[in-house]
Design a protein around this ligand. Sequence first.
Ligand SMILES: [Ca+2]
Length: 174
Amino acid sequence: MPPGVDPEAFSWFQTVDADHSGYISIKELKQALVNSNWSAFNDETCLMMINMFDKTKSGRIDIFAFSALWRFIQQWKNLFQQYDRDRSGSINFSELQQALSQMGYNLSPQFTQLLLARYSQRASNSSIQLDSFIQLCTQLQSITDAFQEKDTGRVGSVRLSYEDFLTMAATRML
Ligand SMILES: [Ca+2]
């Protein structure tokens, strides 16, 4: 087993690496991850996570990157279970509102509703599964970081040129 790699992540890697190439492709990752309703993780979230941990820009990840990705997913899974207060296996509007507030976001109910509509599956417009929860929180954090880099005085508003705005959006779209 490679040094610094979690034994559980290592064992999972062997299973997920279906063609034994030594790398996990987005297709293999997608097949390995399921939500609590047994649906496969959505493509957008899998692509986002591969891009986050694939430092070589090859579209696949080795055991070390996979180990980091595995920890990342475990952390979000724990938070998801913590915020899923009614143990339904999904996050509804009030659970999402509470989750975001506990993460330090100060968002209106209207904006939370917009997030829920954007990230929930078409079939269930009122709640989100683990994959979309990871995607929502990661993208919200990334966009918030971009804003706060500009909002140096922490006043909650910034002046942006059109191209600054586009740059912010383009570089944060994972
Ligand atoms: Ca719930």
